[in-house]
Design a protein around this ligand. Structure first.
Ligand code: 5AD
Ligand code: SF4
Length: 468
């Protein structure tokens, strides 16, 4: 049986063909076979793994939590920084040995690293024990690839992104309460340090009616929260004249009545007033925004191709804070971009001091082959970059703590999503502003939004007790 038998092609517009999976049929050969999946990187990858898992389970596979028990091992990889590369090949090296005991074991590498030509070349030269490599543009074809696998290395990487595929609600979702929804794929911003536009392709939006149908379906199943995913959600709909804008999409999603709506990630460029208004207007759109700064130096921002200045970023930040009561804002910051000077770095610290972010993900710049920044000369020693990162983290963490302390003795709404890792007798969940809270409460409250009184505040989490 081939995947095309399971597909129903629907021509919806002149230039775009969408495919919808009719319920894929279990294949006797796979029933009872086990898969293990390991995911690196961002939420987009986490959600892709949910899709991959769903596809495999539909044809008969069962999930296992250890690679030792698996018949196929899938690594869904990330390319954003160099260190991910070493982790992936380290893990693969260990899996290679498992093949000696289990000759039928299949090793599969997919995700962003598979879209890098240098990685595929390296696999062809040094890692021919891998059975299948496929990229980010053809996940939906995995069952087909498995059925037609020949001995040795199979490479199925597409450099063109092609159409947006509608696969229906066939995901194996990790949570019963919160769900990821892709609203668009790819990125056209081409920030000079970033590999994403090359690994994920150009911006392609899903149709709003498909997104809304997915939200309705999740709501019916009892999901409390959806997170709309895109590399840059502000750009939603821009690739299709007849589509609505991101602000309009947010409004439509809010009108479905689903209890909580989040979205990531927003580029500070083109963050419209209408978006801010809609977030402020609807109580079910959560007051939390991730707004990557990257650098506070105008010189570096320009070299990064970020399309805003330090002052513009701060003005946007202040407008959001003023218009959306109680909003929390987090950010991403890169230190050590090529030839970042002490003065440049001080400008970043200045923005951090002015904005006092709720949290920040901080990174040392990692050159990615094929990006413009990778060709820039860089005389800054690693030690200097590490010292800057260390100093930045201390400042950022102090502001996180300061912001978290504002919650002490207050009662806030928390969606309880799981058992606390540190203390299994507690549940954990998130406030509307995306603060992690460990809560003393009855375990039958799992999956509910409850009132929690905050009793302690740390840099990265809060403690609380459920209010009767
Ligand atoms: N080096 C370091 N950090 C990077 N990011 C993206 N590309 C790089 C790179 N080459 C960071 C940015 C982005 C986050 C997801 O990863 O801060 O917002
Ligand atoms: Fe990368 Fe810039 Fe696109 Fe974000 S907006 S994914 S940093 S190119």
């Amino acid at each position: 049986m081939n995947l095309p038998d399971m597909l129903e092609a629907k021509k919806r517009t002149k230039d775009k063909v969408d495919f919808i999976y009719t319920n894929p049929v279990k294949n006797d050969f796979y029933v009872g076979k086990k898969y293990f999946i390991k995911t690196y990187g961002c939420q987009m990858n986490v959600h892709d793994s949910e899709e991959i898992s769903g596809l495999l389970e539909n044809i008969g596979f069962e999930r296992v939590e250890s690679e030792l028990d698996a018949d196929i091992i899938i690594l869904n990889t990330c390319a954003i920084r160099e260190n991910a590369h070493d982790k992936v090949f380290g893990f693969l090296g260990r899996c290679k040995h498992l093949k000696k005991e289990k000759p039928d074991l299949k090793l599969i590498l997919c995700g962003c690293m598979a879209q890098e030509k240098s990685v595929v070349d390296e696999i062809m030269a040094k890692h021919r024990y891998i059975d299948l490599v496929f990229g980010t543009h053809n996940i939906h074809e995995l069952p087909n690839y498995l059925m037609n696998l020949h001995d040795g290395l199979n490479i199925e990487v597409k450099s063109n992104e092609g159409n947006v595929y509608e696969t229906g609600e066939t995901y194996h979702r990790d949570s019963k309460y919160t769900a990821w929804i892709n609203i668009m794929y790819g990125c056209d911003k081409f920030c000079t340090y970033c590999i994403v536009p090359y690994t994920r392709g150009k911006e392609r939006s899903r149709k709003s009616k498909d997104i809304l149908r997915e939200v309705e379906c999740l709501k019916e199943k009892g999901y409390k929260e959806v997170t709309l995913l895109g590399q840059n959600v502000n750009a939603y709909g821009r690739d299709n004249e007849s589509e609505i804008s991101f602000a309009e999409l947010l409004r439509e999603v809010a009108k479905t009545g689903i209890e909580r709506i989040r979205f990531v990630t927003s580029h500070p460029w083109n963050f419209t007033d209408e978006m801010i208004q809609v977030i402020a207007e609807y109580p079910n759109i959560m007051p939390y925004i991730h707004l990557p700064l990257q650098s506070g130096s105008d010189r570096i921002l320009k070299l990064m191709g970020r399309r805003y200045t330090k002052e513009e970023y701060i003005a946007l930040f202040n407008k959001i804070k003023k218009t959306i009561p109680g909003v929390a804002i987090t950010t991403d910051i890169i230190v050590g971009f090529p030839n970042e000077s002490d003065e440049d770095f001080e400008e970043t610290i200045d923005v951090v001091n002015k904005c006092q972010f709720d949290g920040a993900f901080t990174f040392i710049y990692s050159p990615r082959e094929g990006t413009p920044a990778a060709k820039m000369e860089d005389a800054v020693p690693l030690k200097v970059k590490e010292d800057r990162l260390h100093r930045l983290n201390e400042i950022v963490n102090n502001y996180s703590l300061m912001n978290n302390k504002e919650y002490l003795n207050k009662t806030v709404k928390v969606l309880l999503v799981g058992y606390s890792e540190k203390d299994g007798s507690k549940l954990y969940g998130y406030t509307e502003t995306m603060k992690l809270v460990n809560v003393i409460c009855d375990e039958n409250l799992l999956g509910q939004i409850v009132d929690v009184k905050i009793t302690d505040a740390k840099s990265f989490s809060l403690d609380g007790i459920v209010e009767k």
